[in-house]
Ligand binder design. Structure first.
Ligand SMILES: *[C@@H]1O[C@H](CO)[C@@H](O)[C@H](O)[C@H]1NC(C)=O
Ligand SMILES: *[C@@H]1O[C@H](CO)[C@@H](O)[C@H](O)[C@H]1NC(C)=O
Ligand SMILES: *[C@@H]1O[C@H](CO)[C@@H](O)[C@H](O)[C@H]1NC(C)=O
Ligand SMILES: *[C@@H]1O[C@H](CO)[C@@H](O)[C@H](O)[C@H]1NC(C)=O
Ligand SMILES: *[C@@H]1O[C@H](CO)[C@@H](O)[C@H](O)[C@H]1NC(C)=O
Ligand SMILES: *[C@@H]1O[C@H](CO)[C@@H](O)[C@H](O)[C@H]1NC(C)=O
Length: 722
């Protein structure tokens, strides 16, 4: 057995060096930590990209839950995509090996380091789950099922032509065009003794039911859960068009017998459901339910279903409905040893938090637990809820592990983040927003910040719009690398205006039919607030950037007086025309946010349309738009760029043919950062101040403060309707 090696991370340095986008993109990326049966160690994967070798390296690591010491079990685990404990002992781990188009199931003994190939799936699968049951070890995975229910074979012959013909809406989704294949949950049974494949064949558990699970386009292992004799899967309502509806149902399915379609657990009429989980005894299922169909950001309500022996629900309880709790949890876990306790994670006030919900108390109000920064996942140590293993992150720290002690309400750090900056670089503030409610934001300082100096401002606007800047790590939009960009760095401000999640249902819901009003006013008031309060912000050197709805807002700002306050703007895969939202795939989204379908409420699409105001576009503007973005088709970016060029506004278009709504490949992300940072550094740079360029001409003699005061008064009437 190899010795445990301590993982050294230097946390304090006299003169810290700036945190670059190369540092961000090359930092090891961890999975969440999964504790073994007796709670002595936890397993996780760590993938690191190198710009020297232009390749990924993956490791499979173990952390001792007693000492925090780590051990690398597999150092050549680049093909390992998913891990799960077999549950039969304290040392047998299962993993998926993606070295070929036929995914393989392997086992690993963490004591000896010995690996063993168990099974080659008949195609590509992911999202591994395992459960030790009286019949053996149940293994479930997800993959594409063909119309006959079998796993899509990589060797399936290609059709002679590439035409795709449709006769109903929902022809493409996120970054793929719909075919006859649908995702499904498949599985097999291993013998408990030697993990040999039993005679029970590799099975599609939802075969013939006409349902798709997990839910696309972000299939998640939280869409299914295993128990001894049955499993539960979450699937879009099969009788409703997925483009028009968010509704999903939970189905309790049998592993062995062919299933009949009457196994739907929850009743129809609600919206999206998520996170179905069996109670430890298998007699109940808890899950999250949105009451409104068609509204993807509706509040999640905790429901608990009692199961009859045949898997049908005998009763359901809407535990948190109508209670004094307006947050929207995103995951549910049953306590392993207390029958009436659920643990919930979800957003609260710019953070991911952990709540404990006692079902035996009539109040139905989850109690907030005292964890640090943002909780990404929660696991129970040693089959008890007295100690919880949390995978957390922060704006200033990539994933780190901590142990929450239920008895003392305190956390202990188990394993440091693989990348971090000083926590003092992140601050937060509140100000009075446009609807007389308090609005929250984060401020991020560059490394070696000196308050006696003046810094340019990077004003970042989040997408969604029902989403939030949270105190968590991101490799796509990291305020830290924006703060450390340029000669002396930037002050980065991220505000969560009306429509943002984590501040309660009302705050989120209020953006409906108001894309360009309340959130815009909140951002203006927030910008006013920070430029007054933080005197080290150079108001002559401010830039704004945003993606998706954040790109919509940047385009909206470009057409308003506020646009003249910024020296440069950046729109990543943003909305140019709200009318074009009807070329999107999830049509329920504009239908909800703009108050009806395009035909039924056309006016809702003309209101707050950035395209209405292109006659004012004048500030240097960087546009990014990717080919595989089917949420906001690339014509949005092309329209914006063509308008900027015709108006003679300094502008650039960056395009990735192989990326979707997000830029995910490290080499592409590096290019993305490089080009955007060069552009904003040029236009916000001291050189622009000394020798008036386009930005100076536009600003003229008007001070930024005077313009801010003007735009705070409101939107012109002619901006509202074309
Ligand atoms: C993955 O599978 C390939 C092919 O069977 C094998 O050569 C390789 O060693 C496996 N890697 C791991 C980490 O199991
Ligand atoms: C989509 O939903 C809208 C609004 O509910 C409805 O008017 C329209 O007919 C639906 N379209 C299709 C193709 O189902
Ligand atoms: C599973 O199949 C068994 C055997 O046919 C049957 O007794 C049981 O009711 C089924 N359960 C469900 C949930 O369909
Ligand atoms: C919630 O449960 C209560 C009590 O059973 C019931 O009266 C109410 O209709 C339920 N509401 C929803 C939205 O499920
Ligand atoms: C821990 O926190 C819970 C919930 O806030 C509280 O009920 C309990 O008294 C606390 N226990 C201790 C030891 O502080
Ligand atoms: C919260 O946790 C911290 C660190 O574990 C501890 O110092 C503090 O006392 C805890 N607060 C409460 C209210 O339990």
């Amino acid at each position: 057995m190899r010795a445990f090696t301590v993982c050294f991370i230097s946390t304090v340095a006299a003169v810290a060096s700036a945190f670059s986008y190369d540092d961000l993109l090359q930092a090891p990326r961890r999975s969440s930590a999964l504790p073994n049966k007796d709670g002595t160690s936890a397993a996780f994967t760590e993938s690191t990209y190198s710009f020297d070798s232009h390749s990924w390296n993956g490791k499979l690591r173990i952390v001792s839950l007693e000492t925090g010491n780590t051990k690398d079990i597999l150092t050549d685990a680049t093909d390992v995509s998913d891990i799960a404990w077999a549950g039969i002992d304290t040392h047998t781990l299962l993993y998926l090996n993606q070295s070929s188009a036929y995914t393989e199931l392997w086992s690993l003994d963490i004591n000896t380091g010995k690996t063993n190939g168990l099974y080659s799936f008949p195609g590509s699968v992911s999202l591994l789950k395992a459960r030790s049951t009286p019949s053996g070890v149940r293994v479930a995975v997800s993959g594409w099922a063909t119309p006959d229910g079998s796993l899509l074979s990589p060797d399936a012959p290609a059709k002679p032509d590439s035409g795709l013909l449709y006769d109903t809406i929902f022809v493409r989704h996120w970054d793929y065009w719909l075919t006859d294949n649908r995702k499904s949950v498949f599985g097999l049974l291993l013998s408990e003794k030697d993990l040999a494949i039993t005679r029970e064949p590799f099975t599609n558990y939802a075969k013939g039911l006409g349902i798709e699970s997990p839910i696309m386009p972000f299939p998640s292992a939280s869409d299914f859960d295993l128990h001894d004799d049955v499993l539960v899967v979450n699937a879009k309502a099969p009788e409703l068009n997925p483009a028009n509806n968010t509704a999903t149902y939970f189905y309790v399915l049998n592993y062995t017998s062919s299933n009949t379609p009457n196994l739907q657990l929850n009743k129809a009429g609600y919206g999206a459901c998520s996170s179905p989980v069996f109670s430890p005894d298998g007699k109940k299922i808890a899950g999250l339910v949105q009451l409104e169909n068609g509204y993807e950001s509706d509040q999640n309500i905790v429901f608990v279903y009692e199961l009859a022996a045949d898997g049908t629900a005998t009763s359901s309880t809407n535990v948190t409905y109508g209670k004094n709790f307006d947050r929207s949890p995103s995951s549910v876990s049953w306590s392993p040893d207390e029958s009436n306790i659920l643990y919930l994670t979800g957003e609260d006030t710019g953070r991911e938090v952990l709540w404990r919900l006692d079902l035996s108390k009539p109040s139905g109000i989850p109690v907030l637990l005292n964890t640090t920064h943002s909780v990404e996942s929660v696991e129970f140590i040693g089959g008890s809820s007295s100690k919880l293993l949390l995978t957390n992150s922060a704006i200033a720290k990539s994933a780190y592990f901590e142990i929450f002690d239920m008895k003392s309400n305190t956390t202990t750090l188990l394993l440091h983040a693989s990348a971090s900056v000083s926590e003092s670089q992140v601050g937060e503030f509140w100000f009075k927003g446009s609807r007389d409610v308090q609005v929250h934001g984060f401020i991020v300082y560059p490394t070696n910040f000196d308050p006696s100096k003046k810094y340019p401002l990077a004003f970042l606007i989040h997408g969604g719009p029902q989403s939030a800047w949270t105190d968590g790590w991101s490799t796509r939009w990291s305020p830290i690398v924006w703060a450390d960009n340029g000669d002396d760095g930037y002050i980065v401000v991220t505000i969560n205006p009306t429509g943002s999640t984590s501040y309660g249902k009302d705050f989120t819901d209020k953006i409906q039919n108001n894309w360009g009003s309340y959130p815009y006013f909140d951002l203006v008031l927030g910008l006013e607030y920070v430029t007054k309060k933080y005197t080290f912000i150079d108001t002559e050197r401010m830039i704004a950037a945003g993606a998706s709805y954040g790109g919509y807002m940047v385009n909206w700002i470009q057409g308003s007086a506020l646009g003249r306050v910024f020296k440069a703007l950046v729109t990543h895969d943003g909305v140019f025309s709200t009318l074009n939202q009807y070329a999107s795939e999830e049509l329920y989204f504009p239908t909800h946010d703009f108050g009806g379908s395009f035909l039924r409420n056309t006016r809702g699409y003309y209101k707050f349309n950035p395209m209405n105001r292109i006659h004012r576009w004048a500030t240097p503007h960087f546009i990014v738009h990717n080919a595989k973005d089917y949420r906001l088709p690339e014509s949005e970016g092309l329209l914006a760029f063509n308008v900027l060029q015709e108006r003679g506004v300094p502008s650039k278009l960056l395009h990735f043919p192989d990326e979707n709504h997000w830029v995910l490949k490290p080499e592409n992300s590096r290019r993305w950062h490089k080009e955007i940072f060069e552009f904003i550094n040029h236009w916000s740079g001291p050189a622009q101040k000394m020798s008036p360029g386009m930005g100076e001409t536009v600003l003229g003699k008007t001070s930024a403060a005077a313009l801010l005061a003007k735009v705070a008064e409101g939107v012109d009437e002619d901006d509202l309707v074309m």
